[in-house]
Write a new protein. Sequence first.
Length: 183
Amino acid sequence: MSDANLDDMEEGEAPEAGPKKKKGGIGTLLPTLLKFAAIGIGALLFIVTVSVITYNIMNDGGKAQTNVTDPSSPYIGRKPIYAWYTEIGTVTTKTRDESSVSVMMNLGYDQADQVASSELSQRKYELQDFVRRYFAERSSDDLKPENEERLKTEIKEQINKRLLENARIRDITFIKFDVMETF
């Protein structure tokens, strides 16, 4: 370079090698978009993972929750009137710990549900067998009065899942529930 060109340049500037290249454009925009998309997908996966883990912890791994509400609570609405299936009769069996239990129970279903009435009548003997097996698998400690609501909920859920196809049991009442422990 000549001295004239060097004099025109300010201190610290490098001489230009050629025409200036434009910065920006699609070449720099694409990596930036991909980076933000990856961050968004990662955040979404994190949120879904935390939500699933939290849901499973709150529901004890998907087990059915049994909510026993206080009947004297002012926040409970009126209980619907059900039709009752009363043909199960008294079932007497031995418990797991060789105590004797005698149970007479009624199954409540929606009044307008004619399918439930028919299906329950057709499954009378299966229901009796289910009740006998259910109480034979329990111990006398499981059958204490303070566990009655839990027992009703378990029986209702198992009948609805295992025995009935179209009908649904909404409530259970024990007319007779005697546990005689052997000594």
